[in-house]
Design a protein. Structure first.
Length: 209
């Protein structure tokens, strides 16, 4: 039996988003000082061919940003990161987010995601935390750079089949290494938008083959 298998069948929308994230392989985190900057970054990502990314609840004006993008860019698989409460989760889903991401375990958010039939990607570092999160669909290994790719391989040896999003310390230069180590998808933040974002995305995509 897969030790990370969910206890109940996932909702169709959850399965759909999980598959989209699998195909995307890279799910950038758009964390900016304000909504206008986040919008510019997101547009550059989309123009560069990336169609799965997450805004964050730490960006002022995120709610309107999610609502606009979910309405005007249906081809984008759109998440909201840094979801730390049920209230933020409810607002994100009402705005049109396809999935939710938290840097740590958020038991109070699980009923909100389940009621809406949406994917919740909870953060964890220990095998126990990652087992719980992966059992719900996808777990977020954060901060991934603490143990590196060797740690991810060790976790996957006891949680075979677990879908793990590596976040924290993942860069344009090492993303391919994380995926080769077994990451289901990786999230890159500031490193992707540092300098020429479009050139960085092109270099990233070339490295992934």
């Amino acid at each position: 039996m897969n030790p990370a298998a969910p206890a109940a069948p996932a909702a169709p929308a959850v399965k759909d988003v999980v598959e989209r994230l699998r195909l995307a392989r890279v799910t950038p985190t758009v964390r900016e000082a304000d909504a206008d900057a986040a919008d510019r970054t997101a547009r550059a990502l989309l123009e560069s061919g990336l169609t799965a990314f997450e805004f964050t609840a730490t960006t002022p004006g995120w709610e309107q940003l999610v609502e606009t993008w979910s309405r005007e860019a249906p081809e984008v698989t759109l998440g909201l990161g840094t979801v730390t409460s049920a209230e933020i989760a409810e607002r994100a889903l009402a705005a049109g987010a396809h999935f939710l991401v938290s840097p740590f375990q958020v038991p109070e958010v699980r009923p909100v995601a389940d009621a809406a039939g949406r994917l919740l990607v909870e953060g964890g570092l220990t095998p126990s935390e990652l087992r719980v999160a992966a059992g719900r669909g996808v777990a977020k290994l954060f901060p991934a750079n603490i143990g590196g790719t060797d740690y991810l391989r060790s976790v996957l040896s006891v949680l075979p089949g677990a879908r793990i999003m590596a976040t924290g310390g993942v860069s344009v230069d090492n993303a391919a290494e994380w995926l080769a180590a077994g990451a289901f998808t990786v999230s890159i933040g500031r490193d992707l938008s540092r300098g020429d974002l479009r050139a960085n995305v092109a270099r990233l995509r070339a490295s992934l083959g």
